[in-house]
Design a protein around this ligand. Structure first.
Ligand SMILES: [Zn+2]
Ligand SMILES: [Zn+2]
Length: 337
């Protein structure tokens, strides 16, 4: 039986020949494709990844996922060279061929809706140092630059190096040293969050987060985040006050301040929240902390000698060897570690 359409070839299905069946295939396009192109270097982003080359080939395989014929045994191919990006029209034009039971159809013109954005890529941003999503402000309690900021920087440095090498769009745009601290401009907001948490875990500190509308990016409101990390930089011996009691700061760890009640010599632990909520106040006054040599010890009392002036004093507790003690108005209190 001849094909009912062309009346030339032998009919195989639905009274039609393979060629006519192939020509009559309904090819549909679903969905859309978003692509971001860097106007500086021509890199492009499809999905979450930036690519440097082979844009048409990558787009072709992406578009192939959006075309279908509804006929099993049909292999649809997007002709990569035919792809044309119509940015202002918001669509991508292309040719597609259908291989239907080994009969390859004439290419057909199709198009898929697409949002085509121009945006500079992470590499170009990094080079110009202009792009950042967040700022980490490293500060001290008194808003003066202190060595604790250098220590914090030393600690996070390997963290930053690892972050930059593990992901293409992770980067530090710039680091600005100010008289009150350091500002780190961070490419990705999530990286900034990680860095500030890492600092918080390693230093007695508080984090304050603020965000500010910085414009529009890829059709959405774009916020810049600021993570203010306030590092505790008080020295051992600083006088602190709480509920009418005077304390001497003994040590500071990442989570806890150890204070000594100056009159009872009782030890008190203070957590970060209590300290930063302002329930403890502190002065600029730091009681002297010096080294002493133990002369004699017993009955919960130790005689110590100042190794420079040779004056002797008594402290509570039994100690041996060399110790450090606070001199609180002539009352000596041994510093524990
Ligand atoms: Zn036919
Ligand atoms: Zn670029």
């Amino acid at each position: 039986m001849k094909c009912i359409v062309c009346d030339k070839n032998e009919a195989v299905d639905h009274g039609q020949c393979l060629e006519c069946l192939s020509k009559g295939l309904q090819i549909s396009v679903t969905g859309s494709i978003d692509i971001t192109i860097c106007p500086k270097c021509g890199s492009y982003k499809i999905g979450n990844r930036w690519h440097r080359s082979a844009m048409k080939a990558n787009l072709a395989s992406k578009i192939e996922k959006h075309v279908s014929s509804g006929e099993t045994g049909t292999d649809l191919r997007v002709v990569a060279d035919s792809i044309e990006i119509k940015r202002t029209e918001g669509r991508i034009d292309f040719l597609v061929t259908a291989d239907y039971r080994n009969i390859v159809s004439q290419p057909r013109n199709l198009s898929i809706p697409g949002k085509i954005l121009l945006n500079s890529c992470p590499t170009c941003n990094k080079i110009t140092g202009s792009y950042y999503e967040a700022i980490i402000q490293m500060r001290t309690l008194d808003a003066e630059y202190s060595t604790i900021i250098d220590s914090a920087m030393d600690l996070i440095d390997p963290f930053l190096v690892n972050m930059e090498s593990s992901s293409n769009d992770s980067f530090v745009s710039k680091i600005v040293r100010l008289k009150e601290g350091l500002d780190l401009y961070i490419g990705k907001k999530n990286d900034a969050l990680k860095i500030s948490k890492f600092l918080h875990e390693n230093f007695f500190s508080e984090i304050k987060t603020t965000k500010k509308l910085a414009g529009r990016k890829e059709g959405e409101d774009f916020y810049r985040y600021t993570y203010l990390v306030r590092l505790m930089n008080l020295k051992a011996g600083t006088l602190m006050y709480h509920n009418g009691v005077t304390y001497i700061l003994e040590t500071a760890t990442a989570n806890t301040l150890k204070l000594i009640d100056a009159s009872s010599e009782r030890r008190v632990d203070v957590q970060q929240n209590d300290f930063y909520s302002g329930s403890y106040t502190y002065s600029n006054e730091v009681v002297p902390l010096r080294k002493y040599i133990v002369l004699a010890s017993g009955n919960d009392e130790t005689q110590i000698m100042d190794s420079v002036t040779f004056t002797t004093h008594f402290v509570k507790g039994n100690f041996s060897g060399e110790i450090s003690a606070f001199d609180y108005n002539g009352k000596f209190i041994v510093k524990r570690n």
